[in-house]
Design a protein around this ligand. Structure first.
Ligand SMILES: [Zn+2]
Ligand SMILES: [Zn+2]
Length: 375
């Protein structure tokens, strides 16, 4: 039996990450990681969210590098296939798994003590259970989606946030051709929601943020959104939105603060949908009159369906998302800890598309963050 020696960024869940060499035996299947995009959950897990040290990274793209016979048969995939890896490793036996809703399987539900790719302890098996490593251990229960080879590394790295955006904006929010929608919080997921809405043919997409996020509003504009600020003391953003764009069909709140949810609700017209996709929290009282009078639906969302992943891949392959215009900030394994700490302390890179490239060496020049020219 041979084994691979694999470099991995191991995080302790208390704000520290070190690069270690872990061993992956040939008796288990593996993915050669191409990219591991960073989301807000990683920042939380890195600073205070892990029960035990783990390799973070749950928005993983890569190529199948080795498969046991049993896994090849169960997954129906071959070595060499490029895939997006969902973080949900469902049990495969419960009612939710059997219905294809493995994101709700108790064994992956963080609210009931479950765990996912990017937080499974490094002490288990090879320890390689997150994207922030050269290789990721695979099993027959991993949820993998084929990716076309023609997608660039940048484009492919958007697969899972765009899949979340498809689930939240198009499926839960009902946004489609001719819709009017506001996206509150144009961060990593908010910009993906803008891209999904534009690609789905929405007529008006309003990106809303504070003045301190002006650079992210500019990125939203490049994707096709109009933008408004929600901290102008002289103008209530609800009045501005209603007067300029009329009552909206949907609002996707990626922040989930009391004030963003309350203002989102007031922007909606009849049969409007308020999608709550952020968990900033706080005591919230949504105005029942606004809900009842306009027959509004308030929906919570968690992750995404497998169908949303497939639709996101189709959108990326069709080339209409514009996400390639968003600059990517690549981080080597040695930079994972510092970058996640910076993000936790409000010193995030200007672009919200932060991607770990486990093959980038610290001796390589780190790409500087300069927005790519468009047009
Ligand atoms: Zn995430
Ligand atoms: Zn299950």
């Amino acid at each position: 039996m041979t084994a691979l020696h694999v470099r991995a960024a191991v995080s302790d869940g208390a704000g520290s990450t070190v690069v270690r060499e872990l061993t992956l035996p040939d008796t288990v299947s593996r993915l050669r990681v191409e990219s591991s995009a960073v989301c807000g959950t990683d920042v939380m897990l890195h600073q205070r969210g892990l029960r035990a040290p783990a390799v973070l990274g749950h928005h993983t793209i890569g190529r199948i590098d080795h498969l046991t016979e049993a896994d090849a048969e169960a997954l129906g995939l071959e070595v060499g296939t490029r895939v997006a890896v969902e973080e949900y490793v469902g049990c495969g036996r419960c009612a939710e798994c059997r219905a294809g809703r493995y994101r709700l399987c108790p064994s992956v539900d963080l609210w009931t003590g479950g765990e996912r790719v990017g937080m499974i302890p490094v002490s288990r098996g090879s320890g390689l259970h997150g994207g922030n490593a050269e290789y990721l251990e695979l099993s027959a229960r991993h949820a993998l989606h084929r990716l076309p080879d023609r997608l660039t590394v940048d484009e492919a790295a958007w697969t899972l946030p765009l899949a979340n955006a498809v689930d939240w904006t198009l499926d839960a929010g009902g946004v489609g051709p001719g819709s009017t929608v506001a996206i509150i919080g144009p961060g990593y997921h908010g910009l993906s929601c803008v891209a999904a809405a534009v690609a789905a043919g929405a007529e008006t997409v309003v990106a809303i943020a504070r003045t301190s996020s002006a650079h992210r509003l500019e990125l939203a504009r490049q994707l096709g959104a109009v933008t408004e600020r929600n901290d102008d003391p002289d103008h209530d953003v609800v009045d501005v939105v209603r007067e300029t764009y009329g009552p909206l069909d949907a609002v996707i709140d990626t922040i989930g603060r009391p004030e963003t949810m309350a203002s989102g609700l007031r922007m909606l017209g009849r049969f409007g949908v308020l999608v709550i996709a952020g968990l900033a929290g706080g005591d919230v009282a949504l105005d029942p009159t606004a809900i009842v009078r306009n027959l509004v639906t308030v929906r919570g969302v968690r992750g995404r369906s497998p169908q949303a992943v497939e639709r996101a891949i189709a959108l990326l392959a069709a080339g209409g998302t514009g996400l390639e215009r968003i600059p990517s900030y690549y981080v080597p394994l040695e930079g994972v800890g510092g970058t996640l700490r910076d993000m936790a302390e409000g010193r995030a890179p200007v672009t919200p598309h932060v991607v770990v490239d486990p093959w980038l060496r610290v001796t390589d020049p780190i790409p500087t963050e300069s927005p790519k020219e468009i047009r």
